[in-house]
Design a protein around this ligand. Sequence first.
Ligand code: G3P
Ligand code: MG
Length: 233
Amino acid sequence: MLVIAHRGASGYAPENSHSAICRALEMNVDAIEIDLHSVEGELLVIHDRWLHRTTQARGQLKDYTLAQLREIDAGDGKPIPTLWEVLQLVDGRCDLNLELKCEHTLIPTLKNLDQAVNALNFTPNQFLISSFNHHLLNESVSLQPKFATGALIASCPIDYAAFAQQLGCYAIHLDIDFINQAFVDDAKARGLKVFVYTVDEESDIRYLEELGVDGIFSNYPDKALRAVKRLDA
Ligand code: G3P
Ligand code: MG
């Protein structure tokens, strides 16, 4: 079972911050998940469009210029990272899951990933583009099929994983509250991976292992790695 650091190692450092990415890398995670918003064509690594939950600033991303946003502390004494900064920091040492949080994120993300394959130590199969907006995934598959896509859902669809197969996805990223054996079996029969968020409890990990889930998003990736017996510490 793969362990994906959710918003970096966000149980130990401010989510989506430079520090959370560094902590996840130290833990030798399989992959790191980050959330992306687009501002003036640049990609910022932040979950919410409102700033108050994760920073000292008020208002929304759209109330600021990119230059002003880059002055805002992400919670670790460093600016809200850009996608390119995260790509440079990770530099192929683990896989990356880019979650597109709003429209206008897809094209700049594809550009950044292409650049990362050309200029950094990444191969295309290290990237997984995901979103709750399945139109963006559809577009991603037609524009750049070399980058895998993961369909995010927080439900158990009536036709299970059929929609994701139709979209040409590699994986479904499902909320733990909605998973069951029938869903996992259907996804597997369609050749889709199943990744589940957000999983921090060992008993949940045991349950998901029994269901045959392929990976989990965890805020405490070191504990998750230990639970799946892939960490010596
Ligand atoms: O990508 C998995 C998970 O991060 C989706 O929900 O709200 O944590 O971005 P959220
Ligand atoms: Mg996310």
